[in-house]
Design a protein around this ligand. Structure first.
Ligand code: AMP
Length: 228
């Protein structure tokens, strides 16, 4: 007898996991273990045919692209860096929302630097996003790849500007930086391996549709709350 197909969903710990959980719950899916309290990387769920795998946020598109997972949830920031090849992106889940910005020290005159076409040094972990953004503005920029604590770069003279994600703005403020340009609005997307969708359509399609519906309901509730 052929074993029943298993659906594997790739998630990263933290905000994406926390915000995805209620959407999965609406699809009747509940993880059996809390990954924050366990070192296990494969997390069973209440459904024997569905499991979660816990990977780094930047690895989620790779797992889904190459079939290590059928579905995943990844931020638009991560997807833009990955390029999105071999991924079907049917649903903007509208979770883990933030902005991709250019930020600088509050005493740095970014508009003047742009107007004078000055060659800038930009530190970021989002190299592709930064390269495309500055190229579209016709600016020559030396990119410095960092893996974290980007806010430190303008403070130490490593770079003139950073390209980074901003949510509340508290981290920029605490480090005397200001957002000088918005590049894009970022939210997390459901991503799907197209071959898996063909092969396991009967299992995957209802799950995708329910998660999409749950995301739409959550968005409508949030908008309603925001507009009183
Ligand atoms: P905040 O102080 O709330 O503006 O958050 C800024 C810090 O959180 C920066 O270090 C960002 O890289 C990180 N951050 C904000 N939003 C996100 C997100 N949606 N996904 C990943 N990192 C984020």
């Amino acid at each position: 007898m052929t074993p029943a197909p298993i659906i594997t969903i790739a998630l990263s710990k933290g905000r994406i996991y926390d915000d995805t959980l209620p959407l999965l719950a609406q699809a009747g899916l509940v993880p059996a273990i809390d990954p924050e309290r366990s070192r296990k990387l494969i997390i069973p769920t209440n459904r024997p045919d569905v499991r979660l795998v816990i990977v780094r946020a930047t690895d989620v598109p790779t797992y889904v692209q190459f079939g290590g997972a059928d579905l995943g949830v990844a931020g638009k920031d991560v997807l833009d860096e990955h390029g999105g090849d071999g991924l079907y992106q049917p649903v903007d889940l509208d979770i883990a929302r933030c902005r991709m910005v250019v930020a600088a020290r509050s005493d740095f005159d970014y508009p003047a630097a742009v107007a004078q076409r000055r060659r800038l040094r930009a530190a970021t972990k989002f190299e592709r996003t930064a390269r495309e953004h500055f190229a579209a503005k016709g600016l020559h920029v030396d990119l410095i790849k960092l893996y974290g604590s980007m806010e430190l770069a303008p403070l130490t003279g490593l770079a003139d500007v950073i390209v980074d994600l901003v949510d509340t703005g508290n981290t920029l403020k605490a480090n005397n930086l200001v957002a000088v340009e918005e590049i894009s609005l970022v939210s997390a997307r459901l991503i799907v391996n197209p071959a898996a969708l063909r092969l396991k359509r009967a299992l995957l399609r209802p799950l995708i549709d329910t998660v999409a519906q749950a995301a739409a309901t959550a968005r409508a509730r949030r908008l309603e709350a925001a507009h009183g």
